[in-house]
Ligand binder design. Structure first.
Ligand code: SF4
Ligand code: SF4
Length: 486
């Protein structure tokens, strides 16, 4: 499927080039220009007309639920820590009561791979539905920032008039109120975002002692500024030219992907019959352009699916309202697939979905298996010292090691280590180190294994260690011990 980009307002653009200046449409063909580009090459800001139909209501409900989730995750405690707390400073990642460490990199790998393949899978089925319904960019823009703008400046036409009017105190007051409210909300959003990394208690401490937390506060303010820039000014440009997910659509979608589409066979020829003209000579599209006016990215979906379309469904709400007024059935613009539109056949399964599904099963399955086997503790034995081994005064071969214990529970655990094999060997645990480990703590203990020289074959023997805890953890570990080559 090829997505095209075509401007909806060609020659009669009110932002057309000044006399004597060349139109960009003379420089590049219309089909290669963005909707948001005026004929003089400057940006045309899009002011969509909000039509509160069933897709708008579905998006709004889902959007508010997602915002509530975003706020709740770093706020609601589970197992003594926020539900999601990515504590980079302590190198501990709290997720729904479990604690992860940088050493859990295989889990992270499986999670990352699973997420990417799932994006491919969902994108192939639903196209940009994610963009229109769940992407933070559109959720916050359409249901927080835009309603404030409409409240203070009115709907589409009033906004345009205000922008074109000369500056007065009234205009200044409205603009200042709008940008100030946006800035406050952006500050709250940025603070909420950083709470995922420093927790709300960390944020409270920073506000209580501004002088000692300048880096964090500076980062929050910088992020708030970026949010205001994006949701207040950049807006549809993010979806049309900056977002990598949008750029991927050409490879993710095919003829069976669900897309917003205009039914040309039903709608064309467009137009409303004049007095005396036969209604039957026209299609259902009355050429009212309500769908174009409602589109948050300025798309005229009647020209086919285009790169800027974020599948918001706003054109469908607008057109369904027109159809209802005209006494015609809804769905002239609807979510469908190219194949269904052309042949009436709906096909879900195709080879690429099987491939994605197999890869997803592999990635998420590995993650589940690793999580299930993760247990209460992570134990690692590594070699230490400057030499592979040395022989002590009593003739025993000594291997120096480090025992690293990670408590993956939410309560302190006391660990015990014993040497099971080889026979006659002895384990020395450094007396200065405690084997009680706090929740999420990583404790390193120096140990030494003393082995009779006759236990070695070809300079090696396998040591078997059993590590147990007062919480029922018990596991055996093997470690290659080095000695004289006999
Ligand atoms: S809203 Fe419907 S009827 Fe009006 S122009 Fe768009 S497709 Fe045609
Ligand atoms: S064309 Fe329709 S579905 Fe696509 S972004 Fe515009 S309003 Fe949303």
């Amino acid at each position: 499927m090829i997505l095209v980009s075509t401007p909806s307002v060609p020659a009669a653009d009110p932002h057309g080039p000044p006399p004597g200046r060349e139109s960009v449409f003379q420089v590049a063909p219309e089909s290669e220009l963005l909707y948001s580009l005026g004929a003089d090459g400057r940006r045309r800001h899009i002011h969509p007309r909000v039509v509160k139909g069933r897709f708008w209501h579905a998006r709004r409900n889902l959007g508010y639920a997602l915002i509530a989730l975003f706020v709740a995750l770093p706020l609601v405690p589970i197992g003594g820590a926020p539900a999601v707390f990515l504590d980079v400073a302590q190198r501990q990642f709290h997720v729904l009561g479990s604690i992860f460490h940088p050493t859990d990199n295989l889990l992270l790998l499986a999670f990352g791979a699973g997420t990417i393949i799932t994006v491919f899978f969902v994108g192939s089925i639903f196209g940009r539905l994610w963009c229109g319904f769940a992407c933070p960019q559109n959720v916050y823009l359409e249901f927080i920032f835009r309603p404030i703008e409409i409240w203070l400046e009115g709907q589409r036409v009033a906004q345009r008039r205000l922008n074109e009017a000369s500056w007065t105190w009234a205009k200044f007051g409205r603009k200042a109120a709008k940008w100030s409210l946006w800035a406050l909300i952006a500050l709250a959003m940025a603070t909420n975002f950083f709470a995922y990394f420093v927790s709300w208690s960390g944020i409270a401490a920073a506000w209580g002692d501004l002088a000692s937390h300048q880096a964090l506060l500076g980062a929050i303010v910088a992020m708030a500024a970026l949010i205001v820039f994006d949701l207040g000014w950049f807006r549809d440009q993010m979806c049309a030219i900056a977002c990598p997910y949008g750029r991927l659509q050409n490879v993710l979608t095919d003829r069976d992907t669900v897309i917003p589409a205009y039914d040309a066979r039903r709608g064309d020829p467009k137009g409303r019959p004049r007095k005396g003209e036969d209604r039957a000579a026209f299609g259902d599209c009355v050429n009212c352009t309500s769908c174009v006016q409602a589109c948050p990215t300025g798309v005229d979906i009647r020209r086919g699916l285009q790169l800027e379309c974020v599948a918001s469904g706003q054109c469908m709400d607008a057109c369904n309202a027109v159809m209802a007024r005209e006494g015609l059935p809804p769905g002239l613009i609807r979510y469908t697939s190219e194949r269904e539109l052309e042949t009436g056949e709906r096909r879900f399964w195709r080879p690429r979905l099987f491939v994605y599904l197999a890869l997803m099963t592999l990635a998420w399955g590995s993650l589940i298996v690793m999580l299930a086997g993760r247990g209460q503790a992570l134990v690692e034995i590594v070699r230490s010292g400057h030499e592979p081994f040395h022989v002590n005064a009593s003739g025993q071969v000594v291997n120096q090691q480090r025992l690293r214990l990670t408590n993956q529970e939410n309560e302190p655990q006391s660990f015990h280590i014993e040497l099971v094999s080889p026979p006659g060997a002895k384990l020395v645990v450094s007396s200065s180190s405690s084997l009680t480990v706090e929740p999420a703590e990583v404790r390193t203990v120096n140990i030494a294994t003393e082995v009779p020289p006759q236990a070695f074959t070809n300079g090696q023997v396998t040591g078997v260690y059993k590590v147990s805890s007062n919480h029922g953890f018990s596991r055996s570990y093997q470690f290659p011990l080095l000695g004289p080559n006999r």
